[in-house]
Ligand binder design. Structure first.
Ligand SMILES: [Zn+2]
Ligand SMILES: [Zn+2]
Length: 138
């Protein structure tokens, strides 16, 4: 009889049905009447487990820092380049939390548009005010 693949010197009592390695009485694992080696039994158990095992197996959304919103909103104070902040925030976070990253990108663009509209209105008001003040003197 062959030796156990995991314990040289110990007689094997069977072979793993999955990988074919010889197993001794100590590391033989029986699952649903089939013999598995410890490694395969482990894999099988993890794969079939319905209990959510920590982060590694569940494609959980990773936390994205709320500080990224500053990158989207702060440019309002510095010339309205929110869409650039939005793109950066999206590019950095799209793998961690696609939804949040996308909403940052959208908000970046929306804020840029709002900024441009407000800026245009502001300029029109200033120009209009300037014209109204200047006209009587003309
Ligand atoms: Zn195996
Ligand atoms: Zn063994």
């Amino acid at each position: 009889m062959a030796d156990c693949s995991y314990h040289p010197g110990k007689d094997a009592v069977g072979a793993c049905v999955s990988c074919g390695k010889m197993v001794c009485i100590a590391c033989r694992t029986e699952l649903q009447d089939k013999v598995y080696c410890p490694a395969c039994a482990n894999k099988l158990f993890v794969a079939r487990s319905d209990v959510p095992v920590p982060a590694t197996t569940t494609p959980a959304v990773k936390p994205v820092s709320g500080a990224w919103w500053l990158l989207v909103i702060l440019p309002l104070l510095f010339g309205g380049w929110c869409w650039i902040g939005g793109i950066i925030a999206w590019a950095v976070n799209k793998d961690k939390d696609p939804k949040k990253a996308k909403s940052m990108l959208i908000w970046g663009i929306v804020l840029t548009v709002i900024y441009m509209v407000l800026l245009t209105i502001f300029i029109i008001l200033v120009v209009a005010g300037f014209l109204i003040l200047e006209l009587p003197q003309m």
